[in-house]
Write a protein that binds this ligand. Structure first.
Ligand SMILES: Cc1cc2nc3c(=O)[nH]c(=O)nc-3n(C[C@H](O)[C@H](O)[C@H](O)COP(=O)(O)O)c2cc1C
Length: 213
């Protein structure tokens, strides 16, 4: 088992997944890691829908792809690489995003992270009570050698995708994690320099401990 810091620094978006089945014991471990996360007031309004049914995944993939064709694809085509990412790596990411779009439903298992919120509108506090669980699940999957990606694109067609998932009224989805054995290898994440994003005491002033080398 890799050590925690190795897991943290190599939990990348793994978008190319084999369709081979994933044992339920491993999915259970991932879910347990999710439900170990902190959440506001410890209300535990999270709900995790495990989806294996090909027809349901396919029905959601239609909306996921439509959102790519209409919004995400064109945006990639005109945007520059983010900090810490080379042009070449960005192009590889785009290709992987397109691959996942086409094969989203072929991931053997999805975990759909939801909150049972009743009539309350989703807000920053709701997100703060589900994304720690989502990140725990991504880290747990990585620790088990399973690939996944935090995806939210289905929210561009939220109503349609949630209807395809059969979510009842008052339940909102926050992420879909397609999970499977990765085709490629885990590697280090590429992010910007800490010195660009960390300040000390006053906005814009350097924190010397993370000064650029
Ligand atoms: C809030 C959020 C939403 C995301 N939604 C998607 C998505 O819908 N589809 C996708 O392929 N990747 C999605 N990602 C993954 C990011 O695009 C990914 O982390 C980024 O490309 C960097 O890749 P890396 O983590 O492998 O370095 C999302 C990540 C976050 C944090």
């Amino acid at each position: 088992m890799p050590d925690l810091f190795e897991i943290l620094h190599t939990t990348r978006a793994m978008r190319r997944l084999k369709p081979d089945p994933v044992p339920d014991e491993l999915i259970r471990k991932i879910l347990e890691a999710g439900a170990a996360a902190a959440n506001g007031g410890n209300f535990q309004r999270w709900r995790f829908l495990v989806v294996k049914d090909p027809a349901i995944k396919q029905a959601v993939q239609v909306w996921y792809k439509k959102a790519f064709d209409e919004v995400v694809g064109p945006r990639y085509a005109r945007s520059a690489p983010p900090p810490g990412v080379t042009q070449e790596r960005y192009a590889r990411q785009h290709a992987a995003v397109e691959y996942l779009t086409e094969h989203f439903h072929e991931a053997p298992v999805w975990i759909v992270a939801c909150l049972e919120e009743g009539t309350a509108a989703p807000n920053r506090w709701s997100g703060a009570s589900i994304y720690p669980a989502v990140q725990n699940m991504l880290l747990a999957a990585r620790a088990l050698g399973l690939g996944s990606t935090l995806t939210t694109r289905h929210l561009l067609y939220e109503k349609e995708a949630e209807a395809a998932l059969g979510l009842p009224p008052g339940v909102h989805s926050y992420a879909i994690l397609p999970i499977g054995w990765p085709m490629g290898n885990f590697g280090p994440v590429g992010r910007g320099d800490l010195s660009q994003i960390v300040f000390q005491d006053r906005w814009g002033e350097a924190y010397p401990a993370v000064a650029a080398e």
